[in-house]
Write a new protein. Structure first.
Length: 429
């Protein structure tokens, strides 16, 4: 099998789920229905949108129903995407999370492999963390997510160099970073380390090795949920419908930043003319697909170059007119474009301030900010969205390794096309 670092992911799905058994019975946690779909469906969709194609499921021998579901699920996926493949790492005897991970690594061809828990999800693209993982030559890089209410989790502590310092036990009133259950693993380094046949990955490796193993921590933002207890399983039912596993549709508005989202950003300069405006390869087709999802699409862009006088107002109008025409010729639509030429950051219309959002609402009174999404490649776009009460998607086109403050972005993604894959089931690459 010809695979790359973006192809392979291990999903740990062999847990017993004792804390959820009061409502799950014999149903595996990852197959518990969330708004008519197994939880695992959403997890696979998210990973697929990130670029993964080879899924290795770590299962216990007794999980016959889960294995049967996955085999049928793989057949359905292959109808729309033949490159997707599933492999199964079966525990004949209990191996614990650590033993299950080491066994599953034998089914992977890559040197660096992602591993995730099958009963949790964090809407963050993991590839910024991979760059740190590779640069540090880490044995393991753990993704940590910020939580205002971390009572049921132990906290993860790390320094500015991403080095793991310690874990704090569960404590009432905890606020901070927690283990998101997502790891980049160095296959060779782990296979060359002596481990017992059965062991806990979290306790026997991560916590026990905090001071001497080469373990990195990478903080991510974005929605996170672990359905391991009844309260959070119930929360998932509401969350996945209304906001976080975004399936926007009727009544929703999409706000797009321009440079670095639709077109290639000009480093340390402005786009002065149409000749300098270059669409990303996936932009026109992606906007066409997004136009079928959203009621309206609005562009909001800071244009300081106009305020400085280095970009002419009539040239900006020409750029926007031709941009709209090209998008419309490709099957998409732009309902309005708002730009702010103001030089002062205090300007109410300059992002991160939300003035352009309110301009749009004045022109389109049916806009509801809680049913709106901003997609941008800068923190100012994320704060713009938060200031207006929108959902936020951070596009890592120009800042692939930027650390985003906890809770600022609901989702991180590599490109507009990957966003389409996340929002339209069955969308191909």
């Amino acid at each position: 099998m010809d695979t790359t670092a973006k192809d392979e992911v291990i999903i740990l799905a062999g847990g017993l789920g004792t804390r959820l058994q009061s409502i799950s019975g014999d149903t595996p946690k990852c197959l518990m229905p969330v708004n008519g779909q197994p939880f695992l469906h959403y997890l696979v969709q998210h990973l697929r949108s990130c670029g993964f194609r080879h899924f290795v499921f770590a299962l216990s021998e007794s999980q016959i129903s889960l294995r049967s579901f996955l085999e049928q699920y793989e057949k359905e996926y292959k109808l729309s995407e033949p490159s997707v493949s599933f492999s199964y790492s079966i525990e004949n005897t209990p191996l614990g999370t650590g033993g299950a991970l080491l066994q599953a690594l034998q089914f992977c061809n890559n040197e660096q492999v992602l591993a995730v828990n099958g009963d949790s999800i964090v809407l963050a693209n993991p590839f910024a963390a991979l760059q740190v993982h590779l640069r540090r030559q880490a044995t393991c890089t753990l993704l940590a997510t910020y939580m205002q209410n971390a009572d049921r989790y132990g906290l993860v502590h790390f320094d500015q160099q991403h080095r793991l310092l310690s874990f704090t036990e569960k404590k009432t009133g905890s606020i901070g970073y927690v283990n998101a259950g997502v790891y980049w693993l160095n296959k060779t380094a782990l296979q060359n380390t002596s481990f017992p046949l059965s062991f806990s990955w979290e306790q026997s490796f991560l916590q026990a090795s905090a001071f001497h193993a080469n373990i990195c921590i990478y903080p991510v933002t974005g929605y996170f949920i672990d359905i391991g207890i009844p309260e959070d399983y119930a929360r998932a039912q509401q969350d996945f419908t209304q906001q976080y596993m975004l399936q926007p549709g009727k009544g929703w508005t999409l706000f797009l930043d321009r440079d670095g989202v639709i077109n290639i950003e000009k480093e340390n300069d402005y786009i002065h003319s149409w000749d300098e405006f270059h669409f990303y390869d996936d932009a026109i087709s992606s906007i066409a697909a997004l136009s079928k999802i959203f009621d309206r699409i609005v562009i909001v862009t800071n244009q300081k170059g106009v305020g400085k006088g280095v970009t002419k107002w009539e040239d900006l109008q020409d750029i926007h007119r031709k941009m709209e025409q090209t998008i419309e010729a490709g099957g998409g639509k732009i309902d309005a474009i708002y730009f702010c030429p103001d030089l002062e950051d205090s300007s109410p219309n300059r992002k991160p301030n939300a003035g352009m959002a309110y301009q749009a609402k004045a022109d389109f009174p049916s806009i509801q900010f809680h049913r709106s999404v901003i997609v941008g490649n800068n923190l100012s776009d994320m704060y713009f969205g938060r200031n207006a009460g929108m959902h936020t998607v951070f596009l890592r086109t120009t800042q692939p390794e930027l650390e985003i403050p906890g809770g600022l972005a609901d989702m991180e993604i590599d490109s507009l096309h990957h966003l389409i894959q996340a929002w339209i089931p069955g969308a191909s690459c």
